[in-house]
Write a protein of this length. Structure first.
Length: 457
């Protein structure tokens, strides 16, 4: 890299760098090869190209189990012109002599990486300015923002790579979760759903898990998601790609007040009901529940907003309604785009260490068969969704389908059979755990009040 011109154009500024730091680190490695065990650097992090090449050779030698010293480095740089300009192989001797007396290579490595990231940031900034001045016809301002976000988060990922965790530390965290579950009356180790039957089967929604809540149209996916989000004892981020924040709020007020959202929309309330609505709204003001209604979000948008909510509001649960309305990076096939989205959501769950509950629409194949009970193969673009999900939960309401099959003759045997089935499933829903990475599959039955879109035990 060379010099970077300032925006004023009046002078030039040197890119952030420190050849002396690079020399000191290379000297550390020559003096004590085990320095490699304490650093996490790439050749591209070095400002001086020669230093980057020297580091790369050292790294390869160390990985092969070879000792690294000036004489052993010499054969690898026979025709290196840059090295010849700085005393040739004797430069390696000088590097060894420049090693600091206090052996702390990790500090030097972190400083070198920090300077490298600053240089990359300057490069990204220059790209922003250049593209904004001379933008292609087919590149909108929003597209440019998303491209820049991807570049910035690529830098963030590189700097924030997680190191391997000792088993002792992992078992300590596991023990804490076990103790929490033991103390809980319902033995919930994750975020409680507020529904006892669900919590007993799943243990709650667990950190770093991607949970897919899927169902056909009109099953009540959003209703169940808002039920769970409202009951969660943690701050919640709710990304609604389909409904407005006002519609979501209307549903939640209906669930709390016991008044149907339809009546709330029309304002058909008596004085007592109005007081109940006001009380419910006042309680909801205290709830840490953050709704984002941006339509057509990309997975990068979701990640950016989720990170911000985690940083500013410390959310402990993220809900995305719904998965197929988001956009991925790859648009050549829908399957690959869904793969981008589901993998991105799983990465968000791991990065922020929170459960991510993503709603998903089932394919119309369900409507075409007699048995409407959903299967994993009914997930649209099911391969990618099933692969990345820790849990896949289906919401199934037989009542919805039975209502469409009501026999006309109330005295017939078919009507009696229908009536018996209807009685069994009236105001009920089956929650099917079709996949559980960390436990057994199964199902539970919940009550469902369609008028106020509320599920209950």
């Amino acid at each position: 890299m060379g010099n970077v011109k300032t925006l004023s154009g009046e002078d030039y500024r040197q890119l952030p760098s420190s050849p002396e730091l690079e020399q000191s680190l290379l000297g550390c490695i020559l003096i004590n090869n085990t320095a490699f065990e304490k650093i996490n650097l790439k050749p591209s992090h070095f400002y001086e190209p020669l230093h980057g090449r020297i580091f790369e050779v050292m790294q390869k030698m160390y990985n092969r189990g070879q000792a690294i010293d000036p004489l052993k480095l010499k054969p690898y740089f026979k025709n290196d012109e840059a090295l010849e300009q700085v005393e040739g192989w004797k430069y390696f001797v000088r590097l060894a002599g420049s090693a600091p007396t206090v052996f702390n290579p990790e500090d030097y490595a972190e400083a070198i990486k920090d300077l490298a990231i600053r240089r990359e940031l300057i490069g990204v900034g220059q790209d922003v300015i250049q593209t904004a001045y001379d933008s292609p016809v087919d590149l909108s301002a929003q597209d440019q923002i998303r491209t820049i976000e991807q570049k910035l988060y690529a830098l963030g990922d590189e700097d924030g790579q997680k190191e391997a965790v000792p088993l002792g530390k992992a078992t300590k965290h596991a023990l804490e979760a076990i103790k929490t579950a033991r103390k809980s009356p319902s033995h919930v180790s994750g975020v409680s759903t507020g529904l006892g039957a669900l919590d007993r089967l799943s243990g709650g929604l667990h950190k770093s898990d991607l949970i897919i809540l899927a169902g056909c149209t009109s099953m009540g996916k959003t209703a169940l998601a808002t039920n769970i989000a409202l009951a969660a004892p943690v701050p919640v981020g709710f990304f609604s790609l389909e409904m407005s924040h006002e519609q979501i709020a209307n549903r939640i007020i209906g669930q709390m007040s016991g008044i149907s959202s339809e009546r709330l929309r029309r304002g058909e309330l008596n004085q007592t009901e109005m007081r109940e609505v006001i009380r419910s709204e006042e309680k909801l003001r205290e709830r840490e529940f953050y709704i984002d209604q941006t339509p057509g979000m990309t997975i990068t948008d979701i990640r950016t907003k989720a990170r911000r909510l985690k940083r500013l509001r410390n959310i402990g649960l993220l809900v995305v309604d719904y998965l197929q309305l988001a956009r991925g990076f790859t648009k050549d096939t829908r399957e690959r785009e869904i793969n981008d989205i589901t993998q991105g959501l799983k990465n968000i769950a791991k990065e922020l260490d929170i459960p991510v509950l993503a709603l998903a629409q089932l394919s119309r194949a369900v409507d075409a068969r007699l048995d409407k009970r959903p299967l994993l193969s009914d997930l649209r673009e099911s391969g990618a969704i099933e692969q990345h999900a820790d849990e896949v939960i289906f919401l199934y309401r037989p009542e919805y389908y039975l209502e469409k099959k009501k026999p006309d003759d109330v005295h017939s045997k078919d009507y009696k059979k229908w009536s018996k089935k209807m009685e069994k499933w009236k105001d009920k829903a089956e929650i099917i755990f079709a996949k559980r990475r960390h436990g057994q599959t199964g199902s539970v039955v919940l009550g469902f009040n369609g008028k106020i879109t509320k599920f209950f035990d």
